[in-house]
Design a protein around this ligand. Structure first.
Ligand code: ZN
Length: 282
């Protein structure tokens, strides 16, 4: 499952490669699951749209679309957005038309540059949707929670300080922060020296500030590592090239803590595995 840093890396890679291109036509497969908007609506918003920008919002990849204005000039009006959620196994591949269509291809966008942008998803948890926008100021797609990399320390404190749930569950609550997944929640809590089961409301302001810094640090490091492998990911062969952040606790149950040597423990919180060091984390 791609997490926020992977989605950020993919969005940046796509932006480098397809921003400025124009969607000439759209083919959609027959499987209904990937389509969160009606097929006709998706085609109507995408066809003949100019791809202005590709960026990440939460764990979604958002393509900002513009309509060519009169006399062929680009109008500055954003006409809509194409929103892609990769789910568990979704991929966006840039391919030449001769490249054989992968099994489980659910969408193909033919681009004016001659290339194709394909959405492939064997398990079909990925989702494609469109949003129409009349102007730049019109309401576009927004994730339900705060963007973790933009959130300010004071805002972070306000979001978490009164929560009665374990801090781990609060970090995973997408209505609070958008896009923090299980791995990065565990790694952030380790760096902030906070046990995942602690109630959010029991954390001091100093601890919450430390956690806020840790969340941003972990995500930024992972994005930096992913950034060097962008071209591999969106390549037509679908090679996966992420350098993973070295996990300090996630997936290391029973292995020695890298700081103190105590075996890492695993507990289940709200149905999710949580990993922590019983010595370093309080
Ligand atoms: Zn330790």
């Amino acid at each position: 499952m791609p997490e926020l840093p992977e989605v950020e890396t993919i969005a940046r890679g796509l932006n480098q490669r397809v921003a400025g291109d124009v969607v000439e036509s759209v083919w959609l497969g027959e499987k209904p699951e990937p389509l969160k908007s009606p097929a006709r609506e998706i085609a109507a918003v995408l066809e003949r749209a100019h791809i202005a920008h590709v960026r990440r919002v939460g764990k979604h990849i958002v393509f900002d679309l513009e309509r060519p204005g009169r006399n062929g000039r680009r109008s500055s009006a954003i006409c809509g957005q194409w929103i892609v959620h990769l789910g568990m196994t979704g991929r966006l591949l840039i391919a030449s038309p001769e490249t054989e269509m992968a099994k489980h291809t659910h969408a193909v966008l033919k681009l004016a540059s001659g290339r194709e942008l394909r959405f492939v998803d064997p398990r079909r948890f990925g989702r494609l949707a469109v949003v129409r926008r009349e102007s730049k100021s019109g309401a576009g797609f927004a994730a339900p929670g705060d963007e973790p990399l933009d959130s300010q320390s004071e805002r972070f404190l306000t979001l978490f300080r009164r929560r009665r749930t374990p801090i781990k569950s609060a970090l995973l609550n997408q209505k609070l922060l958008s896009g923090v997944g299980n791995i990065y929640a565990d790694e952030s809590l380790f760096r902030a020296a906070i046990r995942p089961r602690r109630r959010a409301a029991s954390l001091t302001r100093a601890e919450l500030r430390k956690l806020h810094a840790a969340v941003q640090e972990v995500l930024r490091e992972a994005i930096e590592l992913g950034g060097s492998s962008v071209s591999d990911y969106v390549d037509a062969e679908g090679r996966e090239g992420f350098f993973q952040l070295q996990h300090r606790v996630y997936g290391r149950e029973g292995e020695p803590c890298l700081v103190c040597g105590t075996p890492i423990r695993r507990v289940i919180i709200a149905g999710r595995s949580s990993h922590y060091c019983p010595h370093c984390q309080k």
